[in-house]
Design a protein around this ligand. Structure first.
Ligand code: NAD
Length: 501
């Protein structure tokens, strides 16, 4: 199939832009060699937003060759100059915040004013933060033998493959692109087949601010074809992935054949514990943010809540009231709407299936528990914010990642029981504890098996602070200095200062 390489778009909020539809390779938008395409669907209407070219293995090979060539000169660009380019990209995103927010909302189902524009701010913070690191990457001098000068240099890995999901198309890309480029790598980033549009537009900005050809390549494409091609390619040194645990496991296995470095940010079933001494009003507000934001499509969503038995009923009622009052559902361009549609029909059906399972398992439906078919919303993939109470540890809704606006609430009677419930999962991404007792807070934080613990907050992510999981939630860290380390490797240089044989 042949489609034009550009499409003029008028968004529902009246903004106009030119959507590139090609694969962004070597600073040009090109057709896929096979002519294969994919459709991006509007989650509020089910209509096609755009058709774009989809990469296959042969296109991935072209992108890798372009990146490999670009690396020869990119690795000689100074850290200061790399940082300047990253800051220029951040400036462009600030300038185009409103348009980028609209494209992101339109493509992914995020409500624009209450959600999508904050993702653009997150991207800006991320590019600026890693721009600051670009000229501060240093090795060490290792002093042991007076007859030897030994030092390390922290080198880029070279060609890096990055695979991102649909829940944060721009922010997850920024989390990966910014440290990789700051450290001097070249990149091929594959977007999710469900949400390719915002990064295609961002590719234009990447070219405009002056990144040299081949340094950043952005391809749309399916996981099984383009994603696998990146994972098996012998000239790709690393794969950085965010997505489901099932795909993460597959990627680790596939990448092992060519001994690639791998970082995996995968699924979660994060607990939120509320002790009897907690500030209940704050716990309610953070608990709602922790599961209802982004339609519950957050890997760190605190989807299992455990409240102390003495405050349990009070908390369940207060959470239900708060969600009804503050989490209005509506389409992406309804300025008051907080909760939009799920990203796709498939995802909507998966969440509805879990709601059905929860009911069959005997959990009490406190709120929601069905799709939202009111008026215009009936056309889209809307699910009412849903609260299940009286859940048991054996229930599937307590153990499996639902990835929707669905929370399970259970009770506990002692701190030991709360920790056991929190850790009774194969996942280990985030965990939240609400208490006014500082000693208990830190003791519990130490006992919880997760990559991140929030004391008296939830889902409080910050570009300065490492993000990532343990157990089946992943390997490695993104963001902060730890995230930067994932994009360099130490080379040891030994200089003989006098040892004679
Ligand atoms: P997914 O695993 O289906 O897809 C993620 C990406 O991987 C997509 O770009 C997809 O095309 C690609 N992919 C799929 N199969 C592949 C393969 N065999 N080889 C290479 N690439 C492949 O996940 P999704 O449905 O897009 O996203 C939702 C999931 O992601 C949820 O389970 C969620 O928990 C997880 N997630 C985790 C984090 C985190 O930071 N830990 C963040 C966001 C989402």
């Amino acid at each position: 199939m042949t489609i034009p390489l550009e499409k003029e778009v008028t968004l529902p909020d009246g903004q106009k832009f030119t959507l590139p539809t090609g694969l962004f390779i070597n600073n040009e938008f090109v057709k896929s060699k096979s002519g294969h395409t994919l459709d991006s669907i509007n989650p509020a209407t089910g209509e096609i937003n755009g058709t774009v070219y989809a990469a296959e293995a042969e296109d991935v090979d072209v992108a890798v060759k372009a990146a490999k060539q670009a690396f020869k000169s990119w690795k000689k660009v100074s850290g200061v100059d790399r940082g300047i380019l990253l800051n220029k990209l951040a400036d462009k995103m600030v300038e185009q915040r409103d348009l980028l927010g609209s494209i992101e909302a339109w493509d992914s189902g995020k409500t624009k004013e209450q959600n999508a524009v904050y993702d653009i701010d997150e991207c800006v913070n991320c590019f600026r933060y890693f721009a600051g690191w670009a000229d501060k990457i240093t090795g060490k001098v290792i002093q042991n033998d007076p007859n030897k000068l030994a030092y390390t240099v922290h080198e880029p890995l070279s060609v890096v493959g990055q695979i991102v999901p649909w829940n944060y198309p721009l922010a997850m890309s920024a989390w990966k692109l910014a440290p990789a480029l700051a450290a001097g790598n070249v990149v091929i980033l594959k977007t999710s087949e469900i949400t390719p549009l915002s990064m295609l537009y961002t590719a234009k900005l990447i070219k405009e601010v002056g990144f040299p050809s081949g340094v950043v390549n952005i391809i749309s494409g399916y996981g099984k074809t383009a994603g696998t091609a990146l994972c098996v390619h012998p000239d790709v040194a690393k794969i950085a992935f965010t997505g489901s645990t099932a795909t993460g496991k597959l990627i680790a296995k596939t990448a092992a054949d060519t001994m690639k470095a791998v970082t995996l940010e995968c699924g979660g079933k994060s607990p939120l514990i509320i002790r009897a001494d907690a500030d209940l009003d704050q716990a309610v507000k953070w608990a709602a943010i922790g599961i209802m934001s982004n339609q519950g499509q957050i890997c760190t969503a605190t989807s299992r809540i455990y409240a102390h038995e003495s405050i349990y009923e009070k908390f369940v009622d207060a959470l239900s009231t708060h969600v009804q009052q503050e989490y209005k559902q509506g389409s992406m361009f309804d300025a008051d709407a907080v909760v939009g549609p799920q990203v796709s029909e498939q995802q909507r059906d998966k969440v509805l299936k879990y709601i059905q399972i929860g009911k069959q398992e005997g959990a009490r439906v406190v709120l929601g528990g069905e799709k939202n078919a009111e008026g215009e919303l009936s056309k889209g993939y809307f699910i009412k914010p849903t609260i299940f109470a009286d859940v048991k540890p054996s229930m599937r809704i307590v153990n499996e990642e639902i990835f929707g606006p669905v929370v399970s609430i259970g009770k506990f009677s002692s701190d030991e029981e709360a920790i056991a419930l929190a850790n009774g999962t194969e996942y280990g991404l985030g965990a939240a504890i609400f208490t006014s007792n500082l000693t208990v807070a830190h003791t519990m934080a130490a006992d919880i098996e997760s990559g991140m613990v929030w004391i008296n907050s939830s889902n409080d992510s910050d570009v300065h602070i490492p993000f990532g999981g343990v157990k089946m939630s992943g390997v490695g860290r993104e963001l902060g200095e730890y995230g930067l380390d994932m994009y360099t490797q130490a080379k040891a240089i030994h200089v003989n200062l006098g040892t004679k044989l």
